[in-house]
Design a protein around this ligand. Sequence first.
Ligand code: GZL
Length: 360
Amino acid sequence: MKKLLAVLLVLAAVLFVFAACSKKAEAGVEQARSTDVTQGMDRKIVMGYSQIGAESEWRTACTNSVQAAAKEWNIDLRFSDAQQQQQNQLQAIRTFIQQKVDIIAFTPVVETGWEAILKECLDAGIPTICVDRSIEGSDRISTNPNDTSDPDNWFTAFIGSDMEQEGNRVAKWMMANVPALKPDKTVYNIAELQGTVGSSAMTGRFKGFRDTLGIPAATALGTSSDGKYKIILSQTGDFTRAQGKQVMEAFLKSNPDDIDVLFAHNDDMAIGAIQAIQEAGKVPAKDIIIIGVDAVKGAFEAMVAGTMNASIECNPLLGPQVMETAVKILNGQPVEKWVVSNESDYDQTNAAAAFPSRQY
Ligand code: GZL
């Protein structure tokens, strides 16, 4: 009996030691993985990030994703909120250069005005990542990397959505669903709430929507090539709920009974417009079909409540891709010029099922 006990004790001790070693080994692997990406660097990576502001649910989700990912990747994130002002972004980026950060990420509030500051980053040897929105003249596929006149070469990588494709998806959802939702009509009048004027999100959605309808992208108002869809109103609501509501109130005053469809460049403006439609005594999602972009929580609540018809997803959870790309750049590893986000379309047929698993 004593011998058996002794054998069991020895066995238990061996198992304990084995378990402890494998735990340590696992920790070692984890540790190795997190330092693998910064091999050769004996300190934390320092990233400067110039974010636009906090104008929408989407923007807040994007900021949260970047800040959480920086922690996850053990990156020292210097975060600047530009309050929607490009001047504040330029100042923040200049400060990052003076601080000699390792890499700079920025979300350009508008497409123009970035050449000088990005060339200052290049001269300082600091790589830059465009996050979410892009800059004018860049199709993100640089043909000649040495051509400094090509905007594609002013930054190292772009992480974000294909905004023109989002406009295309809005038009396709509209053409596939509005005739059945408005059976008494054969021509559908559209009101459009544009995003921030000059932003790549606004210009892309504006163009993609019109291209799909066969309306010249240079014109705000116009009729689709099949004659069925007429953009009769188009004005910016600057991506905010408050301005979306204000502009929709003005639309309803000037065209009280003309509007069949509202295309809002983001859900926040759509939600503001829904309030205006209700206050005008009309039934949202029935009298006026409402299509937004982003697929944020507020849109899912509205689709489930039946006051909004559809939202075309634009993914704000860009943080992990930003950090992974930054670390690869600093490790001299090749990176995609454009890391495109994967996105889906939601409407009243699938919103309730998808809502519980949404992350923003
Ligand atoms: C899109 C992003 C836009 C969102 C808006 O990528 O830039 O800005 O669609 C946000 O909600 O304000």
